[in-house]
Design a protein. Structure first.
Length: 212
């Protein structure tokens, strides 16, 4: 089980771009996320693994929209010295049947998200919403046609996510995922993702998120 991507909150697009520029990571694309009051930037690390950074875009969320803007705002207010705060993580499943079995066992919702045009392939998502109350739980994701092929003008060569620290009970997370996702390190508490470590072929790893 590989980590598919980690979502981090930023206060502004400028803040996110500054951090990424300082770390040598490039941006593949960004867009307004419909109805959420958020836009994003996508940073490819390797095929099938990215960072997604959310920031407020000034729009009001649509009525009944998932409260992701609220969650991001609260987390950033709680950590004023941190430019990027991890908010969520997703675990990739190559076997769709296994994802559906885990969803049924754990009472997860399953959402089929259609393709949104070139570069935005369809995917199956399980567990979205359950992680609102239990932030330590990842969503499970399957890409029936494979994830998007993305590239960016990195100044360093990332090799992917080498670790993620999550405040949450290891047994519950592993039961949810059907095993231990590669790179997972758990910590006391239930706050959810704390920091993510990115490895590079050309030097020391980079850690984004909360200080230890």
């Amino acid at each position: 089980m590989e980590i598919d991507h980690v979502v981090l909150a930023a206060r502004t697009k400028t803040d996110a771009e500054q951090v990424l520029g300082e770390t040598g990571l490039g941006i593949a694309r960004g867009r307004t996320i419909p109805g959420l009051g958020l836009s994003n930037l996508v940073v490819p690390l390797r095929y099938g693994q990215v960072l997604e950074i959310h920031y407020p875009n000034g729009e009001a969320p649509a009525p009944g929209a998932p409260p992701l803007l609220e969650f991001d705002t609260e987390a950033l207010a709680a950590h004023p010295s941190q430019p990027l705060v991890p908010m969520a993580w997703l675990v990739a499943f190559g076997d769709e049947q296994r994802l559906r079995e885990l969803a049924a066992t754990n009472g997860m919702s399953v959402i089929e998200v259609p393709a949104e045009g070139p570069g935005f392939p369809p995917y199956t998502l399980a567990g979205f919403g359950a992680n609102f109350d239990r932030r330590f739980l990842p969503c499970l994701i399957h890409w029936p046609e494979g994830p998007a092929v993305l590239s960016a003008a990195h100044r360093r060569q990332p090799v992917g996510i080498t670790g993620i620290d999550v405040a949450g009970p290891a047994d519950v997370i592993e039961g949810w995922c059907g095993g231990k996702p590669n790179g997972l390190r758990t910590a006391p508490g239930t706050a959810g993702p704390l920091r993510v470590e990115i490895g590079f072929a050309d030097g020391a790893p980079l850690t984004l998120g909360l200080a230890e």
